[in-house]
Design a protein around this ligand. Structure first.
Ligand code: MG
Length: 203
C-alpha cells in the first residue's frame, strides 16, 4: 500500500505558497509507514518547527491498474474521505530552495491522516464534493472538487502512467488554500460536506 499525492492542484493554494500553476500534476509519494493508525496519538515531530496541516480529498483505489484511460478511471476508486497531508514546511522550504526531493518534509511516519471512508454511490457528483477542516472549532480550510486543476479521473490516469495502482492505495488529491501551522494542543477536525471524517489532537 502506498499514498500517491498531488501537489499544487488548487490555484488559490498555489498562489498562497508563491508557486507557479503546473501544467501537469505535481506528484509525490508517501510510504505505508506514513499512515497514522486509527486510535493512535499524533505527536508533533521533533525535526520540525513549522508543522503545517493540508486538508485534502482522498480516494481509495479498488482495482489494480496501469496505463488507465481517463474515461475508465472511475472504475478504479470506490470510496472517498478527507485527510491531512502533514508537511514540515520549514524542511520543505529548504529542500525546494536546493531543488531536492521532498520526502523528509512530507513522507515521514504518521504524516498521512485518513478519515472514515465513504463509499462512492452511483449518483455522486464528482465535480461538486465539498470539504472543510476546523482547527480548535474554527474553520481554516474549505474546498470543493470543482476547483481542482486536475480532476479525480485525470489524476488516476496520470498517476497510472508512472506507478501501478494497487487495491488499497490512497490518493491525496491536493489541498485548497488556507494551509497553516499547528502546535501541540491543537485539535483538527475534517469534514466531507458537513459530516465529520476525522478528529485529531496534536500531542
Ligand atoms: Mg498536500
Amino acid at each position: 500500500m502506498k499514498f500517491l499525492c498531488i501537489g499544487r492542484n488548487y490555484v488559490e493554494h498555489v498562489k498562497e505558497l508563491g508557486n507557479e500553476v503546473p501544467e501537469e500534476p505535481v506528484v509525490f509519494i508517501k510510504p505505508k509507514s506514513a499512515l497514522l493508525q486509527p486510535n493512535t496519538p499524533f505527536y508533533y515531530p521533533e525535526f520540525t518547527n513549522e508543522l503545517h496541516y493540508e486538508c485534502e480529498l482522498l480516494l481509495r483505489i479498488c482495482k489494480n491498474g496501469k496505463y488507465i484511460q481517463e474515461r475508465s478511471a472511475k472504475n478504479y476508486y470506490d470510496a472517498i474521505t478527507v485527510g491531512i497531508d502533514f508537511t514540515a514546511r520549514d524542511i520543505q522550504s529548504e529542500l525546494k530552495k536546493k531543488g531536492l526531493p521532498w520526502e523528509k518534509a512530507k513522507a515521514w511516519d504518521n504524516s498521512a491522516i485518513v478519515g472514515a471512508w465513504q463509499p462512492i454511490g452511483a449518483g455522486w457528483d464528482k465535480k461538486n464534493v465539498a470539504f472543510s477542516m476546523k482547527k480548535n472549532g474554527e474553520l481554516v480550510q474549505q474546498g470543493n472538487s470543482r476547483d481542482m486543476i486536475h480532476g479525480f479521473d485525470a489524476i488516476v490516469a496520470h498517476l497510472s502512467n508512472y506507478f501501478s495502482l494497487n487495491i488499497g492505495d490512497v490518493i491525496f488529491t491536493g489541498t485548497p488554500k488556507g494551509v497553516g501551522e499547528c502546535v501541540v494542543g491543537d485539535e483538527l477536525e475534517g469534514f466531507l460536506a458537513d459530516k465529520s471524517m476525522f478528529k485529531l489532537m496534536i500531542q
